[in-house]
Design a protein around this ligand. Structure first.
Ligand code: ZN
Length: 301
């Protein structure tokens, strides 16, 4: 199976685990708020990324000094599922984020988790790993982060506006809340900021290639159209002149017109400008055009 663009971006991000404990906690916070389920009853994280699955237990160990209650087999081909249901462990996780597990009403972004600005990108990295995806740039530009918590989506939107030079879009989609980017520059910058410069480069390269192809196509179409117009006009003139020749009218035409006719006959591929320069004395392009049009209309009489 080919590795998706999204999967390779996640793999790249997972190559660098946060070195500071504060960032490990922030990254876990992003993972939990954007994962499949984070409630007082339990935590459930589902992923298809092998690299993320390898990093996850290490991150939880570093952030909370605890292990998952169940985690996938190394060699499974199915989706990778991590769960945490032990009440004492859940209590430890919730209280680390300042939540009271017994009377939790709504999850929110607890800003005290972000001790430093270093933690902002760690948090969004976690959000992307657990609830994010990025489309293959060959097919279109789209990066999104999805959470089931409305408040989290709104606060995350505000956080992104604050720490990034561009704002995401925010929509509701079948019970979920989706933060997204649609512009190739924003997606590329965001991926760089998350720690995936190779994926970011992939976005820019795809865009440059598209722009180049468009430019070449535009020029070809334009040239073709012009050339066929010129060729068609010249063929019409030649046909007209041959008719006049057959009717032995050419030699009886005013000198201006017969000169124009012979110039065209002897130079079937010359442009109007070139023909105009051949006249004695040389004339303008519109004047040349006029003479040739006159020949065409005479041939139809
Ligand atoms: Zn930090």
């Amino acid at each position: 199976m080919a590795i998706s663009f999204s999967a390779s971006a996640k793999a790249e991000i997972c190559r660098g685990l946060p070195s500071k404990p504060c960032c490990a906690v922030a990254e876990c916070f992003g993972i939990l708020l954007f994962c499949n389920s984070f409630s007082p009853e339990g935590i459930r994280i589902v992923t298809e990324s092998r690299e993320f699955a390898q990093a996850l237990p290490k991150l939880f160990k570093k952030a909370f000094s605890l292990e998952f209650d169940s985690q996938p087999q190394e060699d499974t081909a199915a989706k990778l599922i991590f769960t945490l249901t032990d009440p004492a462990k859940l209590q430890a996780v919730f209280s680390r984020f300042g939540f009271d597990r017994d009377k939790l009403l709504q999850l929110h972004l607890n800003y005290s988790v972000f001790e430093d600005s270093c933690c902002h990108s760690a948090f969004l990295r976690g959000a992307f790993l657990a609830g994010g995806s990025v489309a293959d740039p060959e097919k279109g530009y789209h990066l999104e982060l999805t959470t089931t918590h409305a408040g989290v989506a709104r606060q995350c939107f505000a956080l992104m506006q604050e720490v990034l030079p561009f704002a995401p879009g925010l929509v509701r989609r079948s019970g979920s809340h989706v933060l997204y980017f649609k512009h190739s520059d924003n997606i590329s910058d965001f991926l760089t900021w998350l720690g995936a410069p190779v994926a970011a480069m992939g976005i820019m390269e795809a865009r440059l290639e598209k722009e180049l192809n468009n430019k070449v196509n535009r020029r070809c179409n334009c040239d073709d159209a012009n050339i066929s117009k010129v060729v068609k006009a010249a063929q019409e003139q030649l046909a007209a002149i041959r008719i006049l020749q057959q009717r032995r009218l050419l030699q009886h035409l005013p000198k201006k017109l017969s000169d124009a006719a012979y110039a065209r006959l002897n130079n079937p591929e010359a442009s109007l400008t070139e023909l105009a320069a051949m006249m004695q004395p040389p004339i303008t392009k519109p004047a040349m055009n006029q003479r040739l049009k006159k020949l065409v209309s005479l041939s139809k009489e």
